[in-house]
Write a protein that binds this ligand. Sequence first.
Ligand code: G6P
Length: 476
Amino acid sequence: MPSSHADLVVVANRLPVEETTEGTGDDARTTWTRSPGGLVTALAPIMQRTGGTWVGWPGKAGLELDPFTADRIDVHPVALTRQEVKRYYEGFSNATIWPLYHDVIVDPEYHRDWWTSYVQVNTKFAEAAAEAAPKGALVWVQDYQLQLVPRLLRQLRPDLRIGYFHHIPFPPVELFGQLPWRADIVNGLLGADLVGFQRTGDASNFLRAVRRFTEFSTRGSVATIKRRGRPDRYVRAERFPIAIDSAAFEDLAARPEVEKRALEIREELGSPDVLLLGVDRLDYTKGIRHRIKAYGELLADGKLRPPGTTFVQVASPSREHVEEYAELRRQVEVTVGRINGDYSALGRPAIHYLHHSYPAEEMAAMYRAADVMLVTALRDGMNLVAKEYVAARADLDGVLVLSEFTGAADELTQALLVNPHDIEGLKRTILAAIDMPHAERRRRMRAMRKRVMDHDVASWAKMFLDALATTPRTDV
Ligand code: G6P
């Protein structure tokens, strides 16, 4: 019933559409086109079929827009001022919550004015959702930027069924407990009827935080919310691992022009015997420095020799106004420069470092071209690049090296799993991946493909929405 359920309202920090300008000068025309990304791909068809509204920020400070329709989705923009972008988005979301929830890889900063802004912006989103939602609608709130929205929205609209999905890790209470506003965050999430996580461990960390920082008790995956000492509502916290549009990605990678492009890429790189690939947002959680260090040492040890072996690292620009991201960029670029200075031949760099984003076709061609895919995140909620690589390899070739600290490692157990902090282990695993016999490569890829092709993002969304629509809310 629920996937055909009318009246779905999605609330996410970003809108599912991006402003693009066609033409120049007087002829310039602004249109809104669908953004790339799994969530949009999963939810757009559902919303186009049944009608629905997407509440989100258009991505530019100060941009105020009336609601509009794009790509057959009703879009309800939430405007953010320059100061809100600084304090709520760059500050509290991405310099407090993001590092705290990713094992404090960098130090989270706790600033009261960032928190105040986070509360204000979450209130704006909740008000926008309350305005957009028809009576009794399903509202699906997305991710760590909006953890207070479920409770704020329930206060405004008790008639709604509210779901929340947390795309990033939920940390153990020993770390989460650092947050001065930990009880507010847990109570914010408990405004939902269903709280979804990537891994079972994330859901149990959350349930432990409920017991530790609120007066509520939990039993199995359910928290009981009491009012005046009596049970009032139930909140379920469970695992719903996110996926990709597997069939579409497989089809894309199998297109003749993409296959041709994959061959061309290898030629452009000087037809190496071995092509290693990394694809990430330029984020300190992704373990890019650890990966480059291991590769640099393998070159220094003479275990790998460019140009016979080469490494392409795509690092797409991200959150560039947050200091830790700017610092990471400097560190990566210095290290790449040093390794290239030491080991490149004329016109044949040892590392091809690309600080861009690419269209999906080009990414699919790179995945097809790569012998070994390196996913070495220090902590990652899921990591969809790993799943994209597997979906692209219908030829059953290619080896995935995957960090055990990703959500994807729970599902892709046939990858070569690594602890990226263990540089010696990482080096050994990279060599093992390069030397893996053909039959073993096929066996592992076939097993991983079964998982990725059977569990796609449409079934993920359906499972969550079905669970949300059928979650008992009160003790009846
Ligand atoms: C992660 C988060 C998303 C976020 C994305 C891009 O995947 O879980 O919520 O949208 O990164 O980050 P950005 O800050 O550019 O939205």
